[in-house]
Design a protein around this ligand. Structure first.
Ligand SMILES: Cc1ncc(COP(=O)(O)O)c(C=O)c1O
Length: 387
C-alpha cells in the first residue's frame, strides 16, 4: 500500500489529547450533593411545579441582575414569547432583530404572528449594528430585539435613544448573557424585558429546560406571571389566552443552588477567555473583542477563519471538540424563506456563518486542556497554510 504523505504538523496532530467542548458532568460532580438535597426538599412537599424553590430562585436572580422582578418559565424561548406579548406585539407587526443568533430569537416573533425584520451585525462585536436600525423602522415596527450574542451585550445606548425617539420598546435576548454587563448594569435590565435561557449548556444551566424574564415594570411582571400560568391571576379566572410556561420545582431547586457559584464561574470564564486572547494573539485568526464599557460573559469563545471547516476537522482529529455558532444565518433558513432574503443580504452575518469556530471554554477547563487547544489550533493553522 502506498504510504500517505503527512506534513510535520499533521504528524504531530496524531498525538491525541482529549478536550471536550463543555464538561457538564464535571460541574455536576462538584455540586451534586447540594443539589440532591435541594431536589429532595422538592419531593418532600411535592412542589413540582413553581413553588418555593422557583420563587427563591426568582428572588436570587432578580438580585443578581439588579432587576425589580424575575419570572421563571420553562424555556428561554417562552420568555421571549411572553416578552413580546407584554410589549404589545401582535399579528402583522414587525420586530427588528438580527439574523446571526440562535433561531429561537425569531421563533418568538413568529409565535405572535409578527415578522422579523433583520439588520446585520457589527463586524467587531457581532451584535446588532445599531447604525442600520433606523432605516428599517416602519409604521409597523413594534419592538427592537437585540441579542447579546455569545455573552456580549449589544450597544444599548444608541438603541435606547431610538426606542425613546420612536416610542418602540426593547426586548433583550440575554439567553447567553448571564453575568454580562453594559456600563454598570447587568445585560437584560435596559429594555422593557430581558430574556434568559437556562438550557443545560448555558453559563447558568438547569438540569433540564428553564428560562426567565426580568423586568423593572410592575405591570409587565404581573401580566407575565399570569400568562405563564394559563393567564390566571386568580385560580380558574382566565383574563386572556394563557400558556403553560411554568418552571419546574426541580429546575428552580437546581438553579437556586447554582446561583451561589455563578459569580465564581463567570470569573473563571473571564480568566480563560483573557488567556486565550493572549495565547492566540499572534495567530492568523479573527479573535473576539470585548467592546469598551461592556463585560463579556464569555458564554462562547468564537474565532473566525476562512478555512474553518478544515481547521475544525484537524482539531477533531487532534481530540479537541469545537462548536459552530451559527453556521446558517436566519435569513437563509428554509423556515424563513417566506421573507424573501438571498445570500448577500447580510454580509457580516453570512461571514460569521462561514467562518465561525467556537473553542472549548467552560469554568472547569484546566490550564493544561486550554494549552492543548492552543497547541492543536496552532498546528492546524500551520497545516491549512501549508496546504
Ligand atoms: C440567543 C438565544 N436565544 C434564545 C434561546 C432559546 O432558549 P431555550 O433553548 O431555553 O428555549 C437560546 C438558547 O438556546 C439562545 O442562545
Amino acid at each position: 500500500m502506498e504510504a500517505v504523505q503527512k506534513s510535520p504538523a499533521t504528524a504531530k496532530l496524531a498525538t491525541k489529547v482529549s478536550v471536550p467542548f463543555l464538561d457538564l458532568p464535571a460541574q455536576a460532580a462538584k455540586i451534586r450533593e447540594e443539589v440532591f438535597q435541594s431536589l429532595r426538599e422538592v419531593t418532600e412537599n411535592a412542589s413540582f411545579v413553581l413553588g418555593p424553590k422557583v420563587a427563591n430562585f426568582e428572588e436570587q436572580f432578580a438580585a443578581f441582575t439588579g432587576a425589580k422582578h424575575c419570572i421563571g418559565v420553562n424555556t428561554g424561548t417562552s420568555a421571549l414569547h411572553l416578552a413580546l406579548i407584554a410589549a404589545g406585539v401582535q399579528a402583522g407587526d414587525e420586530v427588528i432583530t438580527v439574523p446571526m443568533t440562535f433561531v429561537a430569537t425569531s421563533w418568538a416573533i413568529s409565535y405572535v404572528g409578527a415578522t422579523p425584520v433583520y439588520v446585520d451585525v457589527d463586524p467587531v462585536t457581532y451584535t446588532m449594528d445599531v447604525s442600520q436600525v433606523k432605516r428599517r423602522i416602519t409604521g409597523k415596527t413594534k419592538a427592537l430585539l437585540p441579542v447579546h450574542l455569545y455573552g456580549q451585550s449589544a450597544d444599548m445606548n444608541p438603541l435606547l435613544e431610538i426606542s425613546e425617539q420612536y416610542g418602540i420598546p426593547i426586548i433583550e435576548d440575554a439567553a447567553q448573557a448571564h453575568a454580562a454587563y453594559y456600563h454598570d448594569r447587568h445585560a437584560g435590565t435596559y429594555g422593557l424585558c430581558g430574556c434568559f435561557s437556562f438550557y443545560p449548556g448555558k453559563n447558568l444551566g438547569a438540569w433540564g429546560e428553564g428560562g426567565a424574564l426580568i423586568t423593572n415594570s410592575d405591570a409587565v411582571a404581573r401580566r407575565v406571571r399570569a400568562l405563564r400560568d394559563h393567564a390566571q391571576g386568580q385560580r380558574y379566572h382566565h383574563e386572556e389566552i394563557g400558556f403553560n410556561y411554568r418552571m419546574d420545582g426541580f429546575q428552580g431547586a437546581v438553579l437556586g443552588v447554582k446561583m451561589k457559584y455563578l459569580q465564581r464561574w463567570a470569573e473563571a470564564r473571564c480568566f480563560l477567555a483573557e488567556r486565550y486572547q493572549k495565547l492566540l494573539a499572534r495567530l492568523p485568526l479573527q479573535l473576539p473583542v470585548q467592546a469598551p464599557h461592556r463585560r463579556h460573559a464569555w458564554h462562547l469563545f468564537v474565532v473566525l477563519h476562512p478555512k474553518r471547516d478544515q481547521i475544525r476537522t484537524l482539531l477533531e482529529e487532534a481530540g479537541v471538540q469545537t462548536g459552530l455558532h451559527y453556521p446558517i444565518p436566519l435569513h437563509l433558513q428554509k423556515a424563513y424563506a417566506n421573507l424573501g432574503h438571498a445570500a448577500g443580504d447580510f454580509p457580516m452575518a453570512e461571514r460569521i456563518g462561514e467562518e465561525c469556530l467556537t473553542l472549548p471554554l467552560f469554568p472547569e477547563m484546566t490550564i493544561r486542556a486550554q494549552d492543548a487547544v492552543v497547541e492543536a489550533l496552532t498546528d492546524a493553522l500551520r497545516e491549512v497554510e501549508w496546504q
